[in-house]
Ligand binder design. Sequence first.
Ligand code: KG4
Ligand code: ZN
Length: 334
Amino acid sequence: MNDIYILGIESSCDETSFSIVKNGIEEISTVISSQIDIHKKYGGVVPEIASRAHIKNITFVLEECLTKANLQMDDITAIAVTYGPGLIGSLLVGVECAKTLAFLYNKPLVPVHHISGHIYANNLVKRLEFPLIALVISGGHTELIYMEKDYSFKKLGETLDDAVGECYDKVAKVLELEYPGGPKIEKLASLGKPTYDLPIPLNDNSYNFSFSGLKSAVINLVHNEKQRGNVINKENLAVSFQEVVIKTLTKKTMRAISEYKVKNFILAGGVSANATIRKSFQELLEKEKINYTFPSIKYSTDNAAMIAASGYYAYLLGRRADLTLNAKATDELN
Ligand code: KG4
Ligand code: ZN
């Protein structure tokens, strides 16, 4: 079989990224242009500014990706693009770019769901082994997914309100830390002790999650302490918060692994860059003799390599879009 080169495009939030992946597993070149510095001063992503920055960057990022790979558009087999979910204006920039390239160079166009991208970031580390349980923890999603084979996604549970990453970012904001808050909280947490008592959210028998109660508990605690004139120990609060997050995530995940009798587990999404979360999972998984893969740190957060990797399997399955492809702010993973 001839080698298949997928050009991946990702622009669902504040990263403009292109990548070329060979046969779904071998990353040839990836370029990520992050807008974090632009959005930092607003304390979060400003959608209108994000779409404008994508428009400004997108052709340069494409050019750099092809140059780094020493390939031309003629060498590309198909174009895979994130069509959703995400910020609509941001998504549209990537989708329109993908459609233009597909039309100009007469290439197949493959629509990719952002979350399947996060899942297939693991395929760039090690070929996925099935059946598996995936825990997706990002800025917009918190989901437990069962996969029997490639592109078979059965959602076991999800967050009923805030996503884990969103909760990290909001807690960071109340602690006056810069966006994105996840990495800052992780760093603070490594310096503290879990002295604050916070509620374990949705401690039930479902596979759903809820993080808004935990977020409110932290916000209320900070405000109350401030009103009393007390100084918050940010390090201790960060570690107390993170411990509750880890307890919640690991408890439901390990139960799903046991109930579905799977031997394989993967972590996915931006929050999976967190070393303490990884270590906690690693200890539990090794104890239970479960095989696991974590995405490489650089491809835990948004990137196009994961979209190209996922796009390869979508391409093999014959998934195609035509030039009417539209961006979707929300869509079920399927
Ligand atoms: O997957 P991602 O890049 O974007 C979405 O699809 O949402 O995830 C971004 C999220 C942000 O909320 C960010 O704070 C969080 O991932 N994040 C982390 C860490 N690195 C990124 N959260 C906790 N610890 C980290 N080290
Ligand atoms: Zn993402």
